[in-house]
Design a protein around this ligand. Structure first.
Ligand code: AMP
Ligand code: MG
Length: 346
């Protein structure tokens, strides 16, 4: 589908790997020689890998798997009995703590990104056939009508009680753009509560690290090359952080030679065509990172760079454009190495 020739290696960028996480030479404690416990599961429509180190690793991974499955059942739009499905069907529902917390974060990201992230996008996702994979291209008129259902101010939400209702019939929410970041953060919390100090969770494009590697060194997170299986765009060396990627290659269909992907521009109802191929957000806040990766994709490179300049205390980002060029924000540049052409955003 995509031209793989756009990603020819251009220049070897060798960067000093300093200041990337708190490397700790003295952290070679008793868990160094322990093999990690690693489990792979399929949940939330994606393959996930959970890895924990140390003597409680098995318990921690088991607890995290149970939690992920519970949240999937609670939040999936594809499960009729999920809280989100009940809210979408009835137009009102009293959400439990996790679901309410995610909705609260989603609405915060909506306001921070001026609506580039919009959790009321679900009727439009449905029109394109993404939830059922019965893909179709909706007419302009249909999309214009559906856009009226994407006004977040028509959501009544009591953050204390979790009660939600919609002012307009037919509104529906979709937390798919943010939920994995929240869950990945929670996995790190579960690991910690179970006594694990070192681990990594990879939930599709959402990576969350906990602590440092058992030997005290930083994690090496490879960014996948969307156009070549097994190849990667570069390596991030990080401490405890979230690294979340959104791209047009994750879910898409083709009709009459045109590719339609799953990240929708809420101002048009069409897949966002901004010249970006993928966006990776690096942040200490995993939920924010997930919401932002979706939103920055919608914004496109120039707007996303301006947004980063205004919010560079919250996150860093790596953009891959349709020409195969990588753009890396200055705050993370020293922690990223790549053999592809890389431009540093100041
Ligand atoms: P991600 O892979 O995190 O970028 O999330 C993509 C998913 O978020 C899609 O499959 C939709 O469920 C949802 N989505 C699509 N467009 C938007 C948007 N503009 N704002 C919020 N969620 C979106
Ligand atoms: Mg996202």
């Amino acid at each position: 589908m995509h031209k793989s020739s756009i990603l020819l290696p251009l220049a070897v960028v060798i960067l000093l790997l300093t200041g990337c996480g708190e490397e700790n030479e003295n952290n070679s404690n008793d868990i160094v020689n322990d093999d990690p416990v690693t489990t792979e599961i399929f949940a939330m429509d994606t393959y996930m890998t959970l890895t924990a180190y140390g003597e409680n690793a098995q318990t921690a991974v088991d607890d995290a798997v149970n939690y992920i499955n519970d949240l999937d059942a609670m939040l999936s739009t594809g499960i009729e009995t999920s809280e989100i499905s009940l809210l979408n069907t009835n137009g009102e529902y009293s959400l439990s703590t996790d679901a309410a917390t995610i909705l609260e974060s989603a609405l915060e990201v909506t306001s921070l990104t001026n609506g580039a992230f919009n959790p009321t996008i679900y009727p439009i996702m449905t029109a394109w056939g993404f939830p059922t994979q019965e893909f179709r291209v909706p007419s302009d008129d249909e999309l214009q009508n559906l856009l009226e259902l994407t006004d977040v101010s028509a959501i009544n939400f009591n953050e204390e009680t979790g009660e939600v209702s919609f002012d307009t019939a037919g509104m529906a929410i979709d937390l798919g753009g943010i939920v994995k970041g929240y869950v990945a953060e929670k996995v790190a919390e579960i690991f910690t509560n179970d006594g694990v100090t070192s681990g990594i969770a990879s939930l599709g494009g959402d990576v969350q690290t906990l602590g440092l590697k058992p030997d005290g060194s930083t994690w090496r997170v490879a960014l996948q090359n969307p156009d070549a299986d097994g190849d990667y765009l570069g390596i991030l060396e990080v401490g405890e952080i979230a690294v979340v990627t959104s791209g047009d290659y994750e879910r898409y269909f083709e009709e009459d030679g045109v590719t339609y992907h799953h990240i929708i521009d809420p101002s048009t109802g069409y897949p966002a065509m901004t010249g970006l191929h993928s966006v990776t957000v690096i942040s200490e806040d995993g939920t924010l990172a997930d919401g932002l990766s979706t939103a920055l994709f919608v914004m496109g490179l120039d707007e996303a760079n301006d947004f980063w300049r205004e919010n560079n205390d919250l996150f860093d980002a790596i953009f891959l454009d349709d020409d195969g060029i990588l753009y890396v924000t200055a705050g993370i540049a020293d922690c990223f190495s790549s053999s592809y052409e890389t431009v540093i955003i100041e």
